[in-house]
Design a protein around this ligand. Structure first.
Ligand code: QUE
Length: 335
């Protein structure tokens, strides 16, 4: 029993994510199976294009198997944690270097690890149902899967905004900021998928079906509240000081709900990622993932969001002013 299905139609290899009960969250077997088939197809002359789709009407992929990681952490099984993240990040790197067009069709939630198996690919086609986020600070983790590489490369402030608050954006917004490459109305997505399988030239497929996008994202506001050199504590102060700005108040609430240590670790990793290659970012993320999964905030964040679902975590320290900078340096590995 596998949670991915693979097939070949003509010169197109297709991977269907098929773990609908977990919104296609990537477990170890899915990561291993995806990596193996991508390596195989990369070397096979008969395969020209790889297409990744979802069997779930709700999600492309909700993230990683973070509940299992929490269980490993509680059991002290650090080897299983290292194995999970190193194989996930190796898959992200393979997709980034893939020698053939890699096309993800995103018609639902794509969060955390779901972005890791799409954003690094050449084409990310989204619909109005796409819901995109890096929500890890809420669970005492940090935006990984290469996010410390791709977030700092988005328009001014956007990566820090998404990575710190975990804010969710729609498909059209994802195209506007560069996380996605094309927008297609959901009604036309089955036709687009079929034409790709039939080998219709991608330029022609997209010319026929893509729709122009508009975005409501307050990009100027985002740039002003999330300047590239600001610490989370000053970002939060700026948002709280903006009396009467509803958007700023909502973003401050998201930061308040996150693990304070995660926020500072995320800021440090995003700053370090600005000057690093994807491979360097993934290596730094692996270190940080190994460290942060051993903390109270990770066990507590996953418990509150994914296990008990009370959304009432007891993070320690509870606010940004109490965060220990030596602990942040230890976790992030970024001095
Ligand atoms: C942060 C995360 C994840 C998350 C929520 C966060 C994550 C993840 C899931 C998730 C959601 C629904 C499921 C599931 C997992 O939620 O990585 O199995 O059914 O996988 O705030 O990083």
């Amino acid at each position: 029993m596998s949670f991915i299905r693979t097939s070949v139609t003509g010169a197109v290899g297709e991977i269907v994510l098929d773990r609908p009960k977990a919104l296609n969250a990537l477990d170890q077997s899915m990561i291993d199976d995806m990596y193996a088939i991508l390596v195989e197809w990369g070397d096979e002359d008969a395969i020209e294009t790889v297409l990744v789709t979802s069997a779930s009407p709700r999600a492309f992929c909700a993230g990683g198997d973070i509940r299992a990681i929490r269980e490993f952490a509680i059991a002290g099984d650090t080897a299983a944690i290292t194995r999970y993240f190193s194989s996930e990040y190796r898959l992200n790197q393979l997709i980034a270097e893939y020698p053939k067009p890699y096309i993800a069709l995103i018609d639902g939630a794509a969060m955390g690890g779901g972005l890791g198996i799409s954003v690094h690919g050449e084409l990310r086609i989204v619909t109005q149902n796409a819901l995109i986020a890096m929500p890890e600070t809420a669970i005492g983790f940090f935006p990984d899967v290469g996010a410390t590489y791709f977030l700092p490369r988005l328009p001014e402030g956007v990566g820090r905004w998404l990575g710190l608050t975990g804010a969710r954006i729609r498909g059209s917004d994802a195209v506007a900021v560069g996380l996605a490459t094309h927008f297609v109305p959901a009604e036309q997505l089955p036709t687009v998928a079929q034409q790709i399988r039939e080998g219709v030239d991608l330029v022609d497929v997209l010319a026929d079906h893509r729709a122009p996008v508009t975005t409501d994202l307050p990009l100027v506001t985002i740039a002003s509240y999330f300047p590239s050199d600001a610490e989370p504590v000053s970002i939060l102060g700026g948002l709280r000081g903006a009396v009467g700005d509803q958007w700023a108040a909502e973003m401050a609430d998201l930061l308040d709900a996150a693990s304070p240590t995660s926020l500072d670790v995320t800021a440090a990793l995003l700053a370090a990622g600005e000057q690093s290659s994807l491979a360097e970012c993934l290596e730094r993320e692996l270190h940080a993932a190994e460290q942060i999964t051993g903390t109270n905030d990770f066990r507590e964040g996953v418990r509150s969001v994914l296990v008990d679902k009370d959304r009432n975590p007891s993070f320690v320290p509870p606010t940004l002013d109490g965060v220990d900078s030596a602990e942040v340096a230890r976790i992030s590995g970024a001095e």
